[in-house]
Design a protein around this ligand. Sequence first.
Ligand SMILES: [Zn+2]
Length: 208
Amino acid sequence: MGRFHIFLLAIMALIMSGCASAPEKEQYPYTYIGGLKIVYAYLDDNQYNRRYKLPAPMNKIKTVTIHNTAGYISAMEERDRVNNLRNNVSLSFHYAVDENKAVQLVPLNIHTWHAGDGAKGEGNLYSISIEICRSLCTGEKEKLYRQAEENAVILAAHLLDAHNLPISALRKHQDWSGKNCPHKILDENRWEEFKSKVAKKMRKKDAF
Ligand SMILES: [Zn+2]
């Protein structure tokens, strides 16, 4: 091996070590709201997704609904999971939030199938849906869920403010269909606490 080759190898090693420590490059556009990264990773626009995940326009935004995923995976993994589902079940949501960021799956001018209250339900038709990820994580990883919930507080407060809605417009999945969701918040009897955290983050301080 000549000196030139050794030089090339050294350069490659330098570049590769640089890549390894470089921050992960985001493949989707993003912005920051109140310190929270919002990544726009809309579901693929194909025939299947149009039918089961992107049903119709959301003509009015009346409420914001909180869910727990009852899963372990990250927001982007939730997005990819929903994007790839082919089980003929109507299921979608606007945002998945984890410990690092919020991922938006569906633009806010389209309603989602999240509330379990039917094709004419106020939850499905007029509510922005937020899934808080990692709600089954326990032990050391439970802190990921706690951080995800803090990020959901920022996102929910921003959405209520942005759409000129009062804190009373913050709903839980249970309000629409009776389902035990967001299961983690309900199991720990913390819905009112969650709600007051959102109210404190809002610019407009409406009464409960
Ligand atoms: Zn739910």
